[in-house]
Design a protein around this ligand. Structure first.
Ligand code: RIB
Ligand code: NA
Length: 291
């Protein structure tokens, strides 16, 4: 089986700051590093490092060759990443001493992905494969529609939250993954809690409180506690969780084990600076010892 990820690719410019800047404030950073990022790329790398076959559907500009090379180096199939006449997406990320972050996103080429590109990529997909989408690209709804037609399972991470985007793809979803804030925003937009929207499986991540899985067919909720870790930088932890859950499901593991591995991977991500480049592999995830 394979995961087809219609996802963003960004250059993450990560500035270390003593505190997050306020309006009108000029603040000197104490460090600057560039990582491969974008929620999509982070999820692809996480799923690949967890052992899944991942094909990334995305777009970069002429300045994004290095990002595609890195994705390839990390084991992601990049044949369906287009080079467009638009700037590569980037994110300006401030991380303070407490590990809190603030992100300004410039979508660039990520928002120029068209239906022709999707058709070409998903033409190679098979029944039972998984399509993964999130909100940093264009064409999510078209992708979900096409994937359903071809017998793929459709998984959606509702980040960054966009009420219209989520409602457009809801009818196609088999699995919805969102954090607490996004869950509240979705409930506000629809009037119903996320687990009551007709999606078979819903996972709500609860930060330090762990995660909850709702199986709407069985009508059950199962809670998973988080590992206690010292947070250095939470950027990319949610994406890593999603990539790990999908990889495990794609490899045929049951949901509890998929979420268990994903919680461990996310815990490791919270303890380190950076995004796609520092996502742990499955061996590291399984061997990690937590308090
Ligand atoms: O979720 C973290 C990601 O959000 C970063 O890698 C950044 O590129 C933004 O897309
Ligand atoms: Na991190």
């Amino acid at each position: 089986m394979a995961i087809w990820n219609l996802g963003s690719i960004n250059a993450d410019m990560v500035y270390a700051v003593p505190h997050l800047p306020g309006p009108g404030e000029t603040l000197a950073a104490t460090g600057l590093e560039r990582f491969l990022g974008g929620k999509g790329a982070n999820m692809s790398v996480a799923a690949a490092r967890a052992g899944a076959h991942v094909a990334h559907i995305g777009a970069v500009g002429a300045d994004g060759g290095w990002a595609v090379e890195r994705l390839t180096e990390y084991g992601v199939d990049t044949r369906f990443v287009a080079r467009l006449d638009h700037a590569t997406g980037h994110a300006i990320i401030a991380v303070d001493d407490a590990g809190e972050n603030q992100i300004i996103l410039f979508p660039g080429a990520n928002r120029q992905i068209g239906e022709a590109q999707l058709g070409e990529a998903l033409g190679g997909a098979s029944d039972g494969d998984i399509l993964l989408i999130q909100n940093e690209t264009s064409a999510q709804r078209a992708a979900a529609h096409l994937a359903r037609e071809r017998g793929l399972r459709v998984c959606y991470a509702a980040a960054p939250f966009d009420a219209q985007a989520v409602q457009a793809v809801l009818p196609y979803l088999d699995l919805l993954i969102l954090n607490q804030v996004e869950a509240a925003q979705l409930q506000e937009a629809t009037g119903s809690p996320p687990e009551k929207l007709g999606v078979r499986d819903v996972i709500v991540t609860l930060g330090a409180q762990g995660a909850a899985h709702f199986d709407s067919e069985a009508g059950t909720r199962r809670d998973y506690p988080a590992h206690r870790v010292e947070a250095v930088d939470t950027t990319g932890a949610g994406d890593t969780f999603t990539g790990y859950v999908l990889a495990a499901l794609d490899l045929g593991l049951p949901m509890p084990q998929a979420i268990g591995q994903a919680m461990r991977a996310a815990a490791l991500m919270v303890m380190r600076h950076g995004t796609a480049d520092v996502i742990p592999d499955l061996k590291e995830v399984l061997e990690a010892r937590f308090a």
